[in-house]
Design a protein around this ligand. Structure first.
Ligand code: COA
Ligand code: ZN
Length: 293
């Protein structure tokens, strides 16, 4: 059975655009239920400005608790700058995801940086946090809310620059859910062919109901790391038109049924999603039906 690493991003992407503050205990209980389902990779929070995303103001407490309570789980956080990276390291995390948008206008809207500033920022993070495993999330890889279609050569140029800086781990992010399977195939195949030493994951939003088919296409092209969010929550507050991520419970259902080894139990994953549903007021796309597998 082929192993697929399903990275749960619900506690970060899923929660970041929920207006009402989700009590820290609810976030931690959701993470607990995810770990109980067998999830071993979780993006637990983001170390961002509370002025940009107030929901993540408890990042430190969430991260510190996760590191202590679930040492067997790979916990990561999204960081937009050196300050976020240092705070994440201080909280005990060792896996950092730095976000840079392929589209210059979304990079500006999201983290107020030009590409040159983002590269400088990343250099600093790599220098100041040598113990960190750094992944770069390439936001708007497939399309941008402001610039529309993003060409493959734009993605390739950015990956090449980052590769030159020593980055070997990337997520191709469909921030607004603009991709279709043909584009996913083209971009994923090109990345795997041109950067065989690097690891690529996909992070797909489900705006047009293509989250599942896009993720599956990526897997069939050779990707073994995929991201999803419990309940199908998610969306970038600085990307108009974005909707939720592909739902973890539906994805686990599909992958397990197809014989992939995710290490995650569908019924327990559904339990985690239902817990979140009962405690967090958001836009859900995950299906709540329990079917014996
Ligand atoms: N953590 C906490 N606070 C931070 C911070 C961080 N990593 N980085 C900056 N800040 C604080 C600053 O201290 C400052 O606070 P003050 O106004 O009380 O002095 C404020 O945030 C603004 O900082 P500044 O350096 O002027 O940056 P900015 O206003 O250009 O904002 C970011 C840049 C990156 C900090 C901000 O845009 C951000 O956090 N974006 C996150 C976007 C995001 O998470 N998007 C969704 C995921 S893709
Ligand atoms: Zn996202």
């Amino acid at each position: 059975m082929e192993k697929i690493r399903v990275v749960e991003v619900g506690p970060r992407d899923g929660f970041q655009n929920i207006c009402d503050f989700i009590p820290t205990e609810v976030k931690l209980e959701a993470i607990h239920k995810l770990t109980a389902a067998g999830v071993r990779d979780i993006m637990v929070t983001s170390f961002v400005s509370p002025k940009a995303i107030a929901q993540m103001r408890d990042a430190r407490e969430v991260a510190e608790t996760c590191v202590k309570r679930w040492p067997h789980v790979r916990c990561s956080a999204l960081v937009p700058n050196l300050r976020g990276a240092l705070n994440a390291m201080e909280a005990g995390l060792r896996e950092l995801t730095v976000v840079i948008s392929v589209s210059a206008s979304h990079n500006q809207a999201n983290i107020h940086q030009t590409h040159a500033q983002s590269y400088e920022n990343l250099e600093r993070i790599l220098k100041e946090c040598p113990q960190a495993a750094v992944t770069v999330d390439l936001a708007t890889t497939f399309g941008c809310p402001f610039e529309g279609y993003i060409r493959l050569d734009q993605v390739r140029d950015m990956v090449r620059t980052l590769y030159g800086m020593g980055i070997r781990s990337f997520d191709l992010c469909d921030t607004i859910g603009a991709a279709h399977p043909g584009q996913v195939k083209e971009y994923v195949e090109a990345m795997l062919r041109e950067f065989p030493e690097a690891d690529f994951g996909v992070h797909i939003h489900d705006t047009r109901n293509m989250g599942m088919v896009n993720t599956l296409t990526a897997i069939q092209c050779g990707i073994t790391t995929v991201q999803a969010a419990a309940g199908g929550l998610g969306g970038c507050p600085f990307a108009p038109g974005a909707s939720g991520n592909t739902s973890s419970e539906d994805m686990i259902y599909m992958l397990n049924a197809m014989g992939y080894d995710t290490g995650i139990q569908f019924d327990k994953m559904l339990e985690a999603a239902l817990y979140i549903h009962a405690h967090v007021n958001g836009n859900y796309s995950g299906h709540q039906i329990n079917v014996k597998q």
